[in-house]
Ligand binder design. Structure first.
Ligand code: MLT
Length: 316
């Protein structure tokens, strides 16, 4: 009977009930941006269901991720998270879940570059001058992030390790509040995703110095920014990927419906356009398949764990 009930439930999933996507960072930030754009694109393929966002910030995304790992596995509570799924276990102590076993994988959504930006008014107008300013202000510079374990924290750590500089970290519940303080001059630097920084760079509210991708970006606002690799930090490459997850044990027919809806959403021209305007690249490869998504995350854990250990910031 149980199997038949599960199959019936899956048949009409979501059956008019709202689907919640937990975003493990503050509203208005880059993760929230991707989640809201994706929620919009999921409505139709989920039969007109309402897809709502629940911001649950904290501990580098592990508070929100833990909430989903513990949620009823019925398909109505999902998680949208980024590279932190692969790095938080190395950066945050006692994370109360195992990424490899406590989630079902519903597909990678996009890849997002990061930009190294500063508050307005610093006496530097290119990466070389920024490096000079940092060297001249040794021990006095602070850098924002979205908490230990966040993507902005990871990028900041790698940047300081690669440049042998030390900056004071200033944590926020997300990079939306962080960039507000950067614009206000309360903090000096931030490494953050283009999905958040592009509009502020375009508006001239912050100064942009480099991108963390292997190639320069096509966006008109960002095309003149050198890659950090070009600027001298050899092999400095951090691209933030976002994926959708359900709690382990969600019935297979429900997972299939959700993954099918993700595939439709990723082909939605409006979704793709919105993402492109913000420098993000919507996923089109095998990572949109559950197995491909899971393999990618496991490979990313293997890739970043030694890097984080080498940077001397492993939360063992
Ligand atoms: C991060 O820095 O990890 C997140 O992108 C921050 C956010 O989404 O607010």
């Amino acid at each position: 009977i149980a199997a038949a009930a599960v199959a019936a439930h899956a048949q009409d999933f979501p059956g008019g009930k709202p689907v919640t996507i937990v975003v493990p960072f503050a509203a208005g930030g880059p993760t929230d941006r991707v989640a809201r754009d994706l929620a919009e694109a999921l409505r139709k393929p989920l039969g007109g269901a309402s897809v709502i966002i629940d911001n649950v910030p904290g501990a580098g995304s592990s508070i929100g991720a833990a909430k989903v790992a513990r949620a009823t596995p019925d398909g109505y509570t999902l998680l949208l998270n980024h590279i932190a799924m692969a790095t938080v276990p190395s950066l945050v102590r006692n994370v109360p879940f195992k990424v490899e076993t406590d989630f079902e994988y519903l597909g990678i959504v996009n890849d997002v570059p990061m930009t190294l930006i500063s508050k307005p008014g610093i006496p530097a107008s290119n990466y070389k001058e920024l490096s000079g300013w940092i060297a001249a202000n040794k021990g006095k510079i602070n850098i924002g992030n979205a908490g230990v374990g966040s993507a902005s924290h990871l990028c900041g750590l790698l940047y300081q390790s690669a440049t042998k500089t030390e900056m004071t970290p200033v944590p926020y519940k997300g990079t939306a509040p962080a960039i507000t303080d950067l614009i206000g001059g309360q903090i000096d630097l931030l490494c953050d995703q283009t999905t958040n920084t592009t509009p502020h760079i375009q508006a001239g509210k912050v100064k942009a110095f480099a991108v963390t991708t292997s190639k320069r970006l096509a966006l008109p606002t960002l095309k003149d920014l050198p890659t950090l690799d070009e600027a001298g930090l050899k092999n400095f490459q951090v691209t933030i990927w976002h994926g959708l997850y359900a709690p382990k044990g969600t019935p297979a027919p429900v997972l299939k419906k959700l993954n099918d809806a993700v595939k439709v959403a990723l082909k939605d021209p409006d979704f793709i356009h919105r993402e492109e305007l913000l420098g993000a690249v919507v996923a089109t490869d095998g990572r949109i398949e559950p197995a491909g998504h899971k393999k990618f995350v496991i490979d990313e854990i293997a890739k970043w764990t030694p890097v984080i250990k080498a940077a001397g910031v492993y939360a063992d």
